[in-house]
Each structure stands twice: as C-alpha cells, then as structure tokens.
Design a protein around this ligand. Structure first.
Ligand code: MTE
Length: 337
C-alpha cells in the first residue's frame, strides 16, 4: 500500500459477470433496489443460499454462523445501480500484509489460517469488559447483509456484500464509560500462522491497529463483519471478524480482530504511524484531497482490464455523505485527512 502505485487489475474480462445478472437477481431477491436504505428494507430470510451470488465458492462455516445466517436480514443496505464485484475478484485482489504484500498473496498464503477457535477481548473504558469465544461474542447480534462500496486509498474500488452487525449494537452491550472517546481495534499477532509478520522487511509494527472516534463507530453504517457473499468471510478478507467502514479508505477496515478497546485518547494507528503525511487517522474518502503521490479524484472499479480500466469519479465519503457528513461539521478535512 505504501510504496506501490496503483496497477491495472490482473483480472480477465471473462471473469466479469454481467451487471444485469446481479441487478435482476437482487431485484428478485430483495424487492426494492432503492439506493441506500439503512434498515429500511423488510429483509428476506433466505438462509444459507450460496447460489445468491453467481461465483461464490462454498466455505466451511462454523455451526454458530450457519445458525445465525438463517435469520439474516438480507440487503439491509444496498447500492443503487452498481454491480457487485465478482467473488473471485473480492477474494483474489486483497490487502492483508500479514499474508504478504502482493495482491494475490493473501489468497495464496491464508488457506491454512485457523479461525476457530477464536477469542475476542473487549477492554478499556467499558462497564462490561470481557474475553469471549467468538460464538459467545456474536450471540446478541442479528446479522444483516450490507452491500457497500469499498474504496482503497490506492484508488481501486469494489462493491461487496458483507454480513455483519452495527458496532453501535456492541457498544450498547459493553457500556462505554464517560471517558471512552475512541474505539481501537487490533488484529491477531501470530507470526507462526501469518508469514508477513515473520518477514524481516515488514514496515508494520505488528499488530495492525485501527481506530474510530466513538461517534463514528456509533454511525449505523459502521459494522463488524463475519461474512460476505452469503457465507462466512474468506480468510484473505479478514476472517473471522473484521471492521467495515464504507465511507473511509479501506485501510481503516482492520481484519481478523482479536481485541476491541474503548480508549480516551486517539489510538496510534498502523498506517498513520508509518507515514502520517500520507495516511491520516480520519481517512475519509475525499476526491478533493489527493494522496501526496496520486490523485484521489477517480478510481478503478474492479474488475477491469488494460483496455477497459473501468474508471469512475470518486464520490465524497464514498457516496455515503448523506449519512456521515454531519460527523465532520466544522472539521477541516484538508488538515484532518
Ligand atoms: N487489516 C489488516 N490486519 N492488515 C492489512 O494489511 N489492509 C487494509 C484493510 N485491512 C489490511 C487490513 C487495506 S489497505 C484494505 S484496502 C482492506 O483491508 C482490503 O480489504 P479486502 O482485502 O477485503 O478488500
């Protein structure tokens, strides 16, 4: 992410499923395609149905996930008239430095990564701290499908159907104290299973850390995801638990989370620590504030090809301004990039 300039996707045109397929499938399954509607759609309980997405590879989900999936609220949030990125692209063009720095490395190197059993710690400024097995951690939450744009700071983008729950629901459970101003997320540190953490050349001071202001975390669009494309998360996408914050650059959406801490000070985040002039704490998608080494005015929607790079204008807050702009009233977004 730091050193590499955006490259053309390696995807072939033949990998692309025609947009019409997804749109008509979604129209059939979810009824309305009305733009963004947080929690507004009635939801269709379809159960685990891998055929909802044409190219999805079957996973190997734990029992708790399959059980929860049956009551998932499908298409709780959708995007309007934009094709969902084929599963193959979403799972073979990844940033997950714990498994290597090439886009194809996470898929290649995370196959044997063990995500069960998995422990999540909640600590810091909370009335109810705890250390949970993931299935217990997940018990209180109703799963929702959230079809979101994902915009990487490297100027490529995708549309991904996540399955997760709002962080606000977690915050309600753990009862932040009055001192809690930020939420900090930490990825697993396990060099034995994460080859990138063994590399002597890694720029990152592991574990990977990200954070949000508490009011950002409370926004209904901010979720913790456990699934994608109607199944559990693929390892390369951050199984078994990751953050998804669709109005921010993708590096905020930390993967394979093991610790969630409520804190009083702004956390030191991974990319900000590496190059604060390039990667800010806020990292809101903003077409008017360029990265020092490339423009953020447009992006490549994947998949594309050399001859058809699928360039589109980047939208302020990645198109979620109506829902999130008020979080930043009075904040200079040029300084607070
Ligand atoms: N989380 C961890 N732990 N390690 C990483 O290297 N990369 C980030 C983010 N989360 C990263 C991470 C970046 S730069 C992006 S763009 C997104 O994950 C990519 O998510 P995806 O691979 O599921 O598309």
């Amino acid at each position: 992410m730091l050193i590499k300039l955006p490259r053309t996707s390696a995807c072939k045109e033949s990998d692309v499923t025609p947009e019409g397929f997804y749109l008509s499938r979604r129209a059939l399954l979810g009824g309305s395609l009305a733009g963004l509607a947080v929690g507004a759609l009635p939801g269709v309980a379809l159960g685990a149905d891998p055929s909802r997405y044409a190219d999805v590879e079957p996973g190997n989900a734990p029992a708790w996930f399959n059980e929860k999936l049956t009551s998932t609220q499908w298409q709780a949030v959708n995007v309007k008239n934009e094709a969902i990125t084929p599963f193959k692209d979403a799972t073979h063009y990844n940033n997950f430095y714990e498994f290597g720095t090439e886009k194809s490395d996470p898929a290649k190197n995370s196959g044997a990564f063990k995500t069960e059993p998995w422990k999540v710690v909640v600590d810091g400024e909370v009335g109810k701290p705890g250390s949970y097995a993931l299935e217990d951690f997940m018990k209180p939450y109703q799963l929702e499908e959230r079809i979101y744009r994902l915009r990487c700071v490297e100027a490529w983008s995708m549309v991904i159907p996540w399955i997760g729950f709002p962080i606000s629901a977690l915050l309600k459970q753990v009862e932040p104290t009055s001192k809690a101003k930020y939420i900090r997320f930490e990825t697993l540190q396990d060099p034995k299973s994460m080859p990138g953490q063994r590399s002597g050349f890694a720029l990152i001071d592991w574990p990977y850390v990200e954070g949000l202001r508490l009011d950002e975390a409370m926004n209904p669009l901010a979720i913790l995801a456990v699934g994608m494309y109607g199944r559990e998360l693929a390892n390369q996408n951050g199984a078994p638990l990751r953050l998804v914050v669709p109005w921010k650059y993708g590096f905020k959406s930390v993967k394979s989370i093991v610790r969630i801490s409520l804190v009083s000070e702004q956390p030191k985040t991974t990319w900000q620590s590496i190059a604060a002039n390039e990667y800010g704490f806020y990292a809101n998608v903003n077409p008017t504030v360029d990265h020092p080494r490339w423009t953020q005015a447009h992006e490549r929607r994947l998949p594309g090809s050399l001859f058809s790079p699928n360039i589109r204008q980047t939208e302020m807050f990645n198109g979620y301004g109506e829902e999130v702009a008020s979080l930043y009233t009075g904040l200079d977004l040029r300084k607070n990039y």
